[in-house]
Design a protein around this ligand. Structure first.
Ligand SMILES: CCCC/C=C/CC(=O)SCCNC(=O)CCNC(=O)[C@H](O)C(C)(C)COP(=O)(O)OP(=O)(O)OC[C@H]1O[C@@H](n2cnc3c(N)ncnc32)[C@H](O)[C@@H]1OP(=O)(O)O
Length: 397
């Protein structure tokens, strides 16, 4: 099926005509409503993305063009409220379905998703080769992250055991780079794990103490942008992604587990999302994935009240795939992963795509919204006081 046949309606499939992808109504003079949370893409970002689409070197394929179309319509006109085309207008109907599927997604979130999608397309069309061998991998900027590739498995290891593997700003950036490299390398499976007795104690709370020249507002803006980019990488990661949870997990290291394909945990692990205690709100798409995984009331107990789950409880709730005795955890898990890594990699990728793809746009929208809400939270007294209490050693979770 081609959704973009040559013809007056949509233009052809060649890249010279990509400026017609959005032309059922001809791209209007973009006099769009701008509003909503300030951190979402600006009108200018959106206009730039619309121009950038026309410069893509590779045709992104019909499925992606359909997404671009739907997001464009939602961003410029809001939810689909035009009558459904009849069966004979097959292309119109397919496009209508794509737009309609975005439901009540706000114009601002659609605009952000459009900008994110174009930026991902631009990045991938600029990448020099689809396969970056492990030897060419750019090593992380600091020792706090160690990336290795062996036996068909790329392992990203948080390596700051003295600080319970708390995530510094540089570590978020390094993880993003490591995931981007892993998505293109020869490995079949990618693993995230930690060094020492903790898996990860979440965001390094001292990240909030390095105030840039623009003050608190600028700090919150850039942290929200980093958070959004970080979580987007997990949403889009194309290969099987496995968390090897070697000890307690806190905050964002727990919430993103909903974006992993498999989660193995030692029986020493615990899972803690103390957002209210910290004056913060959920991220990592957990406001969407947790209720789906464990039901809304169990999710609320974790995300609103900060209930800490044992590994067995997390497994019973579906957040963890399997729990292993601590004494044999590493041996058992790695033996299993090595066996899985020998399975045909393309089949695993394609199966993951089928399982995850229809959720992706939703997850991007959730991520944009959560990041936007957190940007405000990080500037609140509740959050500032909680962080100050931790840093002055008055409170430990
Ligand atoms: C830009 C994107 C932002 C995304 C936002 C995400 C939100 C979150 O992730 S919220 C979760 C934030 N995490 C926490 O609140 C955990 C705070 N840490 C603790 O409560 C405790 O340290 C612990 C329960 C994790 C461990 O307690 P334990 O007694 O075993 O060890 P400690 O002596 O406290 O820790 C050793 C050492 O590590 C430092 N540290 C631990 N966690 C953090 C952290 N999250 N941020 C900064 N520093 C941390 C702790 O201060 C100790 O340091 P010193 O040895 O120098 O005192």
């Amino acid at each position: 099926m081609t959704l973009w046949p040559g013809g007056p309606w949509l233009g052809g499939t060649s890249l010279e005509t990509t400026n017609h992808w959005l032309s059922p109504l001809q791209v209007p003079a973009l006099g769009l409503h701008v509003g909503g949370p300030a951190m979402l893409a600006s009108q200018k970002d959106f206009n730039n993305a619309v121009s950038q689409v026309k410069l893509l070197k590779e045709d992104p394929g019909n499925e992606v063009k359909l997404k671009l179309y739907a997001l464009y319509k939602q961003a410029t006109e809001g939810p689909c409220n035009v009558p459904k085309p009849g069966m004979l207008g097959f292309i119109n109907k397919t496009k209508w379905d794509a737009w309609n599927a975005l439901g009540s997604l706000s114009k601002e979130a659609a605009r952000q998703n459009y900008v994110d999608l174009v930026s991902r397309l631009s990045a991938s069309s600029e990448s020099p080769s689809p396969e970056a061998p492990a030897a060419d991998r750019k090593q992380p900027e600091s020792d706090s992250l160690v990336v290795t590739s062996e036996d068909g498995i790329t392992t990203i290891r948080l390596n700051r055991p003295a600080k319970k593997n708390a995530l510094t700003t540089q570590m978020y950036r390094d993880i993003i780079a490591a995931l981007q490299a892993a998505s293109k390398d020869e490995s079949a499976i990618t693993v995230l794990t930690g060094s020492g007795d903790y898996y990860c104690s979440g965001n390094d709370l001292t990240n909030f103490t390095h105030l840039p020249a623009g003050g608190l507002e600028e700090m919150a803006r850039s942290a929200a942008a980093l958070l959004r980019d970080f979580v987007n990488c997990f949403i889009d990661f194309p290969k099987p992604l496995v968390a090897v949870v070697n000890g307690p997990a806190v905050g964002i290291s727990v919430t993103i587990l909903g974006l992993f394909d498999v989660v193995y945990a030692t029986d020493r692990a615990s899972f803690h999302t103390p957002f209210s205690h910290l004056g913060q709100s959920p991220e990592g798409c957990s406001s969407y994935t947790f209720p789906k995984i464990m039901g809304s009331s169990k999710a609320a107990e974790m995300l609103l009240f900060g209930k800490k789950l044992t590994a067995q409880e997390a497994c019973a709730q579906g957040l963890v795939t399997e729990v292993f005795p601590d004494g044999t955890f590493q041996k058992e898990v790695w033996a299993r992963l090595k066996a899985y890594s020998k399975l045909p990699p393309n089949a695993m990728r394609i199966s993951k795509q089928i399982i995850r793809n229809r959720e992706k746009e939703k997850l991007h929208a959730v991520n944009a919204e959560e990041s936007s809400v957190l940007r405000e939270r990080w500037q609140s007294d509740e959050c500032m006081n909680a962080i100050a209490s931790f840093l002055s050693r008055k409170v430990k979770l």
